[in-house]
Design a protein. Structure first.
Length: 523
């Protein structure tokens, strides 16, 4: 029997076994084995404190647990139960088509191959090495390849991000996903970090090895192979057109991500049920990392590493919320466009998180009622209008419009030069003019609240960069939750963030695994 002990506070100079023994009231010699389950940093006091959760084997576990009746921080460690699949499972042909190599596509292909299938995995973008070349040309010179960029290509949009591997979803699949990434990226630390991340560099390393694993399992992988059409007869998938040829299949797992706008248009034309869904839009806020460290930890260079933050504000007057999203300590703001005449930004970092700045999206919730026009795809036009206005405001070449947070709050355009991490360059101006008025009002209220929570947030060094419009998909491909198939086209499995059912690497990977659980094994 293992005992799980949580909220162990390890001050400098104290070893974890000694802290655990003291908490349990036993000599340290009675600890036979100790495994670190999770570690984080509490920066709320004057000095950061490491906080740990452990599973510990002791000489007499029953007597130890008897001394802590009802204590939620000292309890028997429950074994991890495998996910249960209820109801009938679909019977499909040997060669299902998986569209998209983001986490949903990779994990559904992996799980299907382990069940005896031979999936065909395609992506419109390029393989990793060639994709890196295209992305560097974009970030350094503003040269965008619409088919191979920060969003499209090997690994999906998550490849060029902070590589965050944490989620608020309590899912039994999370551990399996983390262990998979930890092994392939040679990153055992992510198994115990409270907020695990790989960074773009280690995530790229994992992708190289994931492709080797898939190849060994018999998965066919094709890049620069764009989905062109679905072949649907009598309400059922019969195949697809991709890369200039016809692929016969009775199952298509659609994992195309939140930015494949042409795919949404294709689905609408083929009678696939779609609906507009809420999202959030705003801008990237960037500050010098030492300012964030001082505010959170009281030191410009804390031993605990670069500080992060998560802030939110509920605007009751407008029935909206402002919040920070995808915070990248020691990272940089990057272009994330797919439209040569449109600009949107994102944040990324490498595993060391050693950059001069930290950034986070500051976004405001919007609903389909905010989108102009009619139909399930009206959110795409809502995004496109802001992105094209941002491109124009930057002067072209994917230079990003930027504004000091002080000026944004004062309602004044910024002038002069701005020091930022955005490699393609920024142009001082009026970011507020690029966003809907209702979004600006809630952002202003939220930023003032953030400054109350975090000293210096609205100071002279804070800058808003570009517009951030691709927080999630504004479209949902409606599916039956029992079978994971489209409610209008049998054999079409919409999965992941692009289909409207996930939000990040972990939840997208989990959605891919869930879809595979709906399919019967071939052996």
């Amino acid at each position: 029997m293992l005992i799980r002990v949580s909220n162990l506070r390890c001050h400098p100079g104290l070893e974890l076994p000694a802290v655990t023994a003291e908490r349990l009231g036993i000599p340290v010699e009675e600890i036979r084995n100790l495994e670190l389950v999770k570690a984080s940093v509490d920066g709320r006091g004057r000095r950061p404190v490491k906080v740990a959760t452990v599973d510990v084997e002791v000489a007499d576990p029953a007597s130890v647990l008897a001394r802590f009746p009802g204590d939620p921080q000292v309890r028997e460690a429950a074994p991890v139960a495998p996910p249960a699949m209820e109801g009938p499972q679909a019977q499909i042909g040997e060669n299902p088509l998986v569209v998209g190599t983001g986490p949903a596509g990779l994990f559904v292909a992996w799980a299907l191959a382990r069940k005896g299938y031979r999936p065909i995995l395609i992506d419109r973008g390029k393989a990793l090495r060639e994709r890196w070349t295209d992305v560097n040309a974009y970030w350094r010179h503003g040269e965008l390849n619409p088919e191979s960029n920060v969003v499209f290509g090997d690994g999906g949009a998550g490849t060029f991000s902070d590589g965050k591997l944490y989620t608020r979803r309590n899912d039994s699949r999370n551990r399996q996903i983390l262990e998979f990434f930890a092994e392939l990226a040679d990153a055992p630390d992510i198994l115990v970090e409270g907020r695990p991340h790989l960074g773009t560099n280690r995530l790229s390393r994992a992708l190289v090895r994931i492709k080797e694993v898939l190849r060994d399992l018999g998965v066919t992988q094709e890049f620069e192979c764009r989905l062109e059409d679905l072949i649907v007869t009598d309400g059922r998938v019969r195949g697809a057109r991709a890369g200039g040829r016809t692929i016969e299949t009775d199952a298509v797992f659609l994992a195309t991500g939140h930015s494949a706008r042409d795919v949404f248009e294709l689905l609408l034309a083929r009678g696939v049920a779609l609906e507009a869904r809420p999202m959030a839009v705003g801008s990237r806020a960037e500050h010098p990392q030492p300012l964030i460290n001082i505010s959170q930890f009281g030191s410009p260079e804390p031993d605990a590493g670069p500080a992060d933050y998560m802030l939110s504000y509920n605007d009751r007057r407008a029935d909206r919320a402002a919040y920070t999203f995808c915070m990248c300590p020691g990272g940089e703001v990057v272009g994330a466009s797919t439209d040569p005449q449109g600009l949107t930004v994102n944040g990324m970092s490498y595993s060391h998180r050693a950059g001069r700045f930290g950034n986070a999206a500051v976004v405001v919730t919007v609903s389909p009622e905010d989108y102009p026009g009619e139909g399930p795809l009206r959110g795409l036009d809502f995004q496109r209008s802001m992105e094209r206005a941002a491109y124009t405001a930057g002067g072209g070449g994917h230079v990003a419009p930027a504004q000091r947070i002080q000026d944004f709050l004062a309602g004044s355009p910024s002038r002069g030069s701005l020091d930022t991490s955005y490699r393609t360059g920024v142009r001082a101006g009026d970011v507020a003019a690029l966003l809907p008025e209702a979004v600006v009002r809630t952002m202003q209220r939220g930023l003032r609240h953030f400054a109350y929570r975090m000293a210096g947030y609205d100071g002279a060094d804070g800058v808003l960069i570009g517009v951030e419009t691709r927080t999630t998909s504004p479209v949902r491909v409606v599916r039956d939750e029992a079978s994971y198939q489209s409610v209008s086209v049998a054999g079409l499995f919409p999965i992941g963030e692009g289909a409207g059912y996930a939000g990040g690497i972990m939840s997208s990977a989990s959605d891919g695994l869930r879809a595979a659980e709906r399919v019967a094994a071939r052996r």
